[in-house]
Structures are given as structure tokens and as C-alpha cells.
Design a protein. Sequence first.
Length: 291
Amino acid sequence: MYGDDYVSFEELAERSPEAAEHGAARLFASRADLLLRHGLTERTELSLDLSYERRRTWVEHEDEHHRNETLAGPGDVRLGLKHFLRAGQTGQLAASLGLSFPTGRRNEITAASFLGHEQADELGIAVPVHSHLQLGTGTLDPFVGLEALRVLDRHWLLYGAVDADLPLVGNGDGYRTAPSATLRLGPARHVGGPGRLAWLFGELFVSGRDRFAGDDLLGPGGSLSGRFGVPNTGRLELALTPGLTWGFGRDLTLSVQARIPLYTRIHEDAERRDVQLTEPAGFVLGLSTSF
């Protein structure tokens, strides 16, 4: 992740020497999911998503805010219901809803954790050593979705889906994750024998700005409100997601999917500038069976 797309890193160093001192930073993320689905009726299914996540950061220069560190453990458990409003030879339409449970590992943070060094010096207080890595929101969050599939002919299909996570309250630290939504749309095609499907979807992800409601910060140099929008949150992402499924027999399906970022923007950083991130492609390998 480097600076923003309006100024070079050298210009950033001239405008904000403190920001440039951090140098380059990288975030590495991996995740494994066990997704269990059970049919309650012919058109309604119950799902349980259990995840294990690992996040690792690398920074060029370490300080109270940025360090080389790793956080790994369970993520938030998601329990959902999906109901097929329409299911026929020409297409499908399904709606889903559920709850995300606060089982993910978290690091405790305070309002002082978000202070820049210059702000802390002006207040006359120290920035505590902390970590912003989190594997969950710390709250019970609802989610909803709508999914549609249209059969165009014997080979081609058109798929569309929208999903939204809707956190309603802040967690015990005062951190409130903003609502977010993902839109996917694109064609798919049967290739070869049964159970073989290839697709290319466009993906749009949008999230609001997280909020923090902590205690006011008091120091010899003055005071500062502990309620604010969290810097470096609020995202707009565009990506392509090509994929392929391959059926083996009646009960086993292998799937491979890539996520190729085209554009990733954080709406505002601490200096009130939009930030452009560089992201590599990600890959998902899935194996499913039925019994």
C-alpha cells in the first residue's frame, strides 16, 4: 500500500514527513472456510459458515502504529437462511438473511490508538503500542442478500447477486464497523460435460466509514474528542472474478476462482485525501460434496 494516486511518494514526503516516515507497508491475508448447508424444505436451506483467518503485516519502519505482526484464529461465525422465490428451468431467484456472531479474534484499541504523533505531542500524551488487526467486528451483525440466475440457452447463463452486511451497533471498545455491500454480475457458460461451468463476473464493493466512540482524550496540552470517523476506512473496490467448477462423479465438485482487483480506493485517510491502494490478485480453491 503506497501513498495515494494524486501525489508521488516524494511529494508525500514533502507535504507530510511524518506519513512518509512509515515507508512501504504490506498486508497479507488468507482464510479457510467450512460451509455447511442443510435443506429444510425443497426451497429453503440453512447454512453455517465457520472460518479460520490469518493476517500478517510487514512495514518498512516500525512504530506504535505499524509493526511486523501476525494475527490468526477463528473469524466471525455466519448463520444464514436462503429461500428460493423461484426455481425453474429458465432461472432462479433467491433471497437470504442471517446473523454474523462475534467469534472472531480482536485486539483492544482506544481513542489514543488513532492519534498521529504530532497530535499526541500537542496534547502531551503518548500513543500506546497497539494493533489494528482484527478478525471480527465484535458485534452481532445481520446480513441480507438477493441472488438471480437466468438461463439464456443450453450453454449460457447470466448471474447477478447483491449482498449487504449491516452492523447496527458498536462493540465494547466503541468501534462500529460501517455497513457494506457487494454487487456481482456477469455471464457463465457450461463447458464440456455435466458439472463443468466457467464464469467471469464483475464485482463492485462499497463500504461506509467506520466510526469510533471512545472517551475524550485529555492531556497537559488540551483535549480532543474521542468520537470520530476512523481514518483509512470507507472503500470502493472494482474487481473481476473469473472461475471454473469441475464435477467429479455425482457428489464431488472442485472450484477455482480468482479475484483480480482493478481499482481500490479508500475515501479519506488521516490527511483527508483519497488513497489508492495496490492489491495483488487473490485465489479461492473450493471442494464441495453432498450427502
